[in-house]
Design a protein around this ligand. Structure first.
Ligand SMILES: Nc1ncnc2c1ncn2[C@@H]1O[C@H](COP(=O)(O)OP(=O)(O)OP(=O)(O)O)[C@@H](O)[C@H]1O
Ligand SMILES: [Mg+2]
Length: 446
């Protein structure tokens, strides 16, 4: 049998308490409180689904009690019980989160109806909360997909380290999903409701970096016409994402190291020490170890950042994820545009898995969007992707001589493309005479 819902009745008049009990006892489990103190005590010790709350109580004002009860347990719906002259207060109670109010004297049927409606809302809310947690359990990374073993290990690692304090360093080629990982770390941590602040190290001119990070005092330097708050201060209690950390110049690296260690700094032009509580996550697409060898990156900063290292493999090393990613992006496009879903044929997916993806997941995402927009048919076929330069597919099955010549042609095209068609430059890169290159180049389009 389903357990009956528990209703807590809070009223100082014994007659009213008893009449509620009489009316409700057959359908609900009823508990009674004669004042605010008893109500707080009962709510702390019992699992309650609904509260009937008198506005005028001897020991505490009804609206204050309403807020207090909500902080003890925000779950139960609260219905205010009021006399006609207190209707204004009852309306305010609704603004503070009460579900409804009933006016004394009341009709039994009305009370039962309101209670049933409130309990139904309560039940649906519980269900939504439950479904949300279930969803998070099976899809912790919302917009991040991957079933390749390496990626599964990475997802697992992210969940494990998300709520710790040490910095995480995410390394991977451009477009492999570094920012997505940084955001997932933040979202899975207890800092999730606080700011996630991105510092795009490569995009901020180094001369402005210090002011961007620390803020400055009015008059600190020429042009500092007002005091500004730095991004570190804005990120307090949240996560700071230092994107492309390898581009940070060496003097800023020293300052950053101090902040990561001490969690304090001063605004430019001020001596006041500002303390912050932030979690650092950094990304880079260069090998930091070799930058250290070249003297371009501080080793001590590297160790501070690299408490939790995450390496995102390039897409060409996780080609089994390509069909999954393609479907993910297709459905995102369909959702965004409201157009019907399209799909890639088996042959097209095969072709995508033979391409090298220098721009990684971002390049794939762009290709899917292009196909989704341009294709007139629901199915995107192998032929629609013939422009993809997959050496493997073209060369497979050809006699050696033809394969070599095809490869040569493709290579020349690639080099020419990379120098915007400048034949002298291309010839230099290829180490051949310009005339040789002209002879081997595709004829110019008229
Ligand atoms: N595993 C994934 N699942 C779904 N989408 C992904 C995945 N990885 C990357 N993406 C998408 O690919 C794009 C590039 O990802 P992101 O910006 O995180 O890459 P990045 O490594 O920071 O690139 P860059 O070094 O160029 O800044 C984004 O639009 C992101 O949503
Ligand atoms: Mg990025």
């Amino acid at each position: 049998m389903v357990k009956p819902s528990t209703v807590l009745v809070v009223d100082d008049e014994p007659g009213i308490r008893q009449s509620f009990k009489m009316v409700l006892k057959d359908r609900f489990n009823v508990i009674l409180a004669q004042d605010g103190t008893a109500a707080v005590d009962l709510l702390t010790r019992n699992s309650v689904d609904l509260i009937l709350l008198d506005i005028l109580l001897p020991d505490i004002y009804g609206l204050d009690l309403l807020q207090k009860l909500k902080t003890i347990d925000p779950g139960p719906e609260i219905i205010m019980v009021t006399a006609v002259k207190e209707i204004k207060t009852a309306v305010n109670a609704i603004k503070l989160g009460a579900y409804e109010y009933i006016i004394k004297p009341f009709l039994v049927d009305d009370v039962i109806n309101i209670i049933n409606r409130a309990l139904e809302k309560h039940r649906l809310q519980k269900e939504v909360t439950f479904l949300k947690t279930e969803l998070e359990r099976f899809q912790p990374f919302e917009e991040m997909v991957g079933e390749n073993e390496e990626m599964k290990k990475i997802f697992d690692f992210i969940s494990t380290i998300a709520d710790s304090e040490g910095a995480a360093l995410i390394q991977g080629e451009s477009g492999t999903g570094k920012e997505l990982v940084a955001r997932a770390i933040h979202r899975l941590s207890s800092r999730q409701d606080k700011p996630f602040v991105v510092i795009p190290c490569a995009a901020i001119p180094q001369t402005l970096m210090e002011s961007e990070l620390f803020g400055h005092q009015k008059g600190a330097f020429t042009g500092a016409s007002r005091t500004t708050t730095g991004k570190l201060e804005l990120a307090d209690k949240g996560t700071v994402f230092l994107d492309d950390i390898d581009t940070l110049d060496i003097s800023m690296q020293a300052k950053l190291l101090r902040i990561i260690q001490e969690k304090e700094f001063e605004r430019i032009g001020s001596t006041k020490v500002i303390k912050i509580d932030v979690r650092f996550v950094a990304s880079c697409n260069k090998d930091l170890k070799s930058l250290i060898k070249e003297g371009k990156f501080r080793e001590d900063l590297y160790y501070r950042l690299n408490v939790y290292p995450i390496f995102l493999p390039p897409l060409r090393e996780r080609i089994k994820d390509i069909p999954l990613l393609v479907n993910h992006f297709l459905s995102l496009n369909a959702k965004r545009t409201g157009k019907p879903l399209k799909f890639f044929s088996g042959g097209a997916l095969q072709l995508l898995q033979e391409y090298d993806w220098p721009g990684n997941v971002r390049e794939l995402q762009n290709l899917v969007e292009r196909c989704f927009t341009v294709s007139k048919n629901a199915m995107i076929r192998h032929q629609d992707l013939s422009y993809l330069n997959t050496k493997k597919t073209r060369i497979r099955g050809l006699p050696l001589k033809e394969a070599v010549s095809l490869f040569e042609q493709q290579y020349i095209n690639e080099v020419l493309e990379s120098v915007d068609g400048n034949k002298s430059k291309a010839a230099m890169i290829l180490g051949v005479h310009r005339n040789t290159l002209i002879a081997k180049s595709p004829p110019q389009k008229k």
